[in-house]
Ligand binder design. Structure first.
Ligand SMILES: Cc1cc2nc3c(=O)[nH]c(=O)nc-3n(C[C@H](O)[C@H](O)[C@H](O)COP(=O)(O)O)c2cc1C
Length: 178
């Protein structure tokens, strides 16, 4: 299935994840580049959209969109991406390396609410959502510690054990959804 991984990352974890997915699938990858890449303005919901993607979205059967969650929100660069390309997207998979755990996904700052929003916007086009909470790479006593997960970024050294298993299961889900 012809696939493009499109990602936005501020601190690197979602870039790492996006590159990992693109490498596993041997598919194209492109960064989403906001016209105004100013974090504080994103948090204030001030966003001027993204630069157009170099790749042609309509040529792909599947888009894998990857990026973080901030303040329980579907962040402006990702939201703008979907808004702009909605009609051209055939199938979309949303992936996030976020702070919220699976147990707390439905709380105010949980990834579950963002997943619901993506599904509401895209309907049946959204075929899968997958979270990789960054706490998965932390020791058990720090898994839910906000200070620890804010300072932790995915990399080749820590992407092993539980998170690597979840990644393999995710790849299987992807292949089943083809
Ligand atoms: C200001 C801020 C707010 C955040 N809010 C949330 C949140 O509401 N829910 C969540 O799951 N993670 C939250 N996070 C954690 C990020 O989603 C997480 O650190 C992510 O891995 C960062 O991705 P990046 O390294 O690709 O930029 C927040 C991070 C920051 C910096």
């Amino acid at each position: 299935m012809k696939t493009l991984v499109a990602y936005y990352s501020r601190k690197g974890s979602n870039r790492f994840l996006a590159e990992k997915i693109a490498s596993a699938l041997s598919c194209d990858i492109e960064a989403i580049r906001p016209r105004l890449n100013v974090f504080i303005l994103f948090l204030m919901n001030i966003h001027l959209g993204n630069w157009p993607l170099k790749k042609k979205i309509g040529e792909y059967e599947r888009i894998i969109l990857c990026g973080p969650i901030w303040m329980g929100r579907f962040i402006p660069p990702l939201r703008s991406f979907i808004k702009k390309y909605k009609e051209m997207i055939n199938k979309l998979v949303f992936v996030t390396c976020c702070g919220s755990t699976y147990a707390r996904k439905d709380e105010k700052f949980g990834h579950g609410l963002v997943f619901q929003e993506v599904k509401n916007i895209l309907g049946d086009k959204c075929i899968l959502c997958q979270a990789f909470p960054v706490g998965l790479v932390l020791p058990d006593d720090h898994k839910e510690d906000p200070d620890a997960f804010m300072k932790t970024h995915l990399n080749d050294e820590n992407f092993k054990g539980e998170i690597a298993g979840i990644f393999d299961a995710f790849l299987q889900k992807l292949s089943k959804s083809e």
